[in-house]
Design a protein around this ligand. Structure first.
Ligand code: 13P
Ligand code: SF4
Length: 354
């Protein structure tokens, strides 16, 4: 069983044996049984910075999903090894934009005569290939905690943005934070010829949104917001910007996972909160803040865990740490050099945003 005391003891022993040679990063959506062994926890922005700040660690064990481990590999030195405890921990959103599809999209923009006006902005939740494409074409990466600054920066570089791969984060940030209208945004569907758009639509658009979404956050609905308001009078609705536009528009507060945690830390006793983000984090926050008299509920009972985040469990972590402690390198995530060079350019532009 995941809470098996034997496994807990084995993880602890292997980690102790490795000492400073290993640094364990845990994304906020990870299971409790894994989070207890993380040296740092954070959202994807904080973890990218934390990985880069540990040059003495030979192994970076990334408890998160594949694109996060790739980013850590890009930002750390060549002799540091980034390890993902289960190679099947991918991200369905990142998989929605492949290198071939994005290259084809760039051809469509070129055909429409607008490619030179377009600056790509890619969400952290994308493969290293997409990050490299972004770097090559003068763009930046963003996360949910710096998307506004990334878009503002991009609009200083060019007239239009191609936002990949999360349509919701792109639309929500453009409309809520930059004051663009919904009509300024068009949706590029990689499964349709020319993205399902005419050259005129592309020329008129300010934001070209890739048709991708998060399979967890995309399931919260306007109805779930209305239901919780009816059920819990005075409730504050706080959601992640990967939620659909109508959900974000109906919420009281919107922000990344770090923002959500800080908002709840600052919340007064007696306040009530409905949170629209991944369930592992919401449960942990509900337990943490209950003794302070803060009532925290999950926004919609039909939405569940991120299944790929949940693939990293205690048995996988134990296997990883014990293998490393025996000198056996397993599940290394390594981005090839050319991809890394361009992806790094895009990531460094993000880290340099004001
Ligand atoms: P943040 O950690 O940046 O809030 O992103 C949420 C997410 O979906 C990560 O997969
Ligand atoms: Fe991907 Fe959504 Fe899971 Fe994050 S929560 S890893 S965006 S599927």
């Amino acid at each position: 069983s995941p809470s098996d005391p034997d496994l807990v003891a084995r993880a602890r022993a292997a980690k102790e044996k490795l000492g400073d040679k290993v640094f364990v990063l845990g994304h906020h959506y990870q299971r409790d049984e894994v989070i207890q062994f993380a040296d740092v926890t954070g959202d994807s922005f904080k973890l990218a910075k934390d990985a880069a700040a540990r040059p003495e660690a030979e192994y970076i064990v990334f408890c998160g999903v594949h694109f996060m481990a790739e980013s850590a590999d890009i930002l750390t030195s060549d002799d540091q090894k980034v390890v993902l405890p289960d190679l099947a921990a991918g991200c369905s959103m990142a998989d929605m934009a492949t290198a071939e599809q994005v290259a084809e999209c760039w051809d469509v923009l070129t055909e429409a005569g607008i490619a030179e006006q377009v600056v790509p902005v890619s969400y952290m939740n994308s493969s290293a290939d997409i990050k490299a494409f972004t770097g090559k074409h003068g763009g930046t990466i963003c996360t949910s905690s710096n998307a506004q600054r990334a878009l503002e920066w991009a609009f200083e570089q060019g007239e239009k943005i191609l936002f990949l791969p999360d349509q919701h984060l792109g639309r929500n940030t453009a409309v809520r934070d930059l004051g663009l209208s919904l009509e300024d945004c068009v949706l590029y569907n990689p499964h349709k010829p020319n993205g399902g758009l005419t050259a005129e639509q592309l020329r008129d658009a300010k934001m070209i949104l890739w048709r991708g979404h998060c399979s967890v956050h995309g399931r919260f609905s306007l109805e779930s917001v209305e239901d919780v308001r009816a059920r819990i009078p005075g409730v504050n609705v706080l959601v992640h910007p990967e939620c659909r536009h109508e959900v974000v528009a109906a919420a009281d507060y919107v922000g990344s996972t770090e923002y959500i945690i800080k908002a709840l830390e600052a919340a007064p006793a007696g306040s009530k909160w409905a949170i629209g983000t991944e369930l592992n984090l919401v449960r942990r926050l509900a337990n943490r803040f209950a003794p302070e008299g803060k009532e925290i509920v999950f926004l919609d009972k039909t939405v569940c865990f991120c299944s790929t985040m949940n693939r990293i469990d205690l048995p996988h972590l134990v296997w990883t740490l014990e293998s490393l402690a025996e000198g056996k390198l397993v599940n290394r995530i390594e981005v090839d050099q050319e991809t890394e060079a361009f992806a790094k350019l895009a990531l460094e532009r993000m880290l340099a945003l004001p």
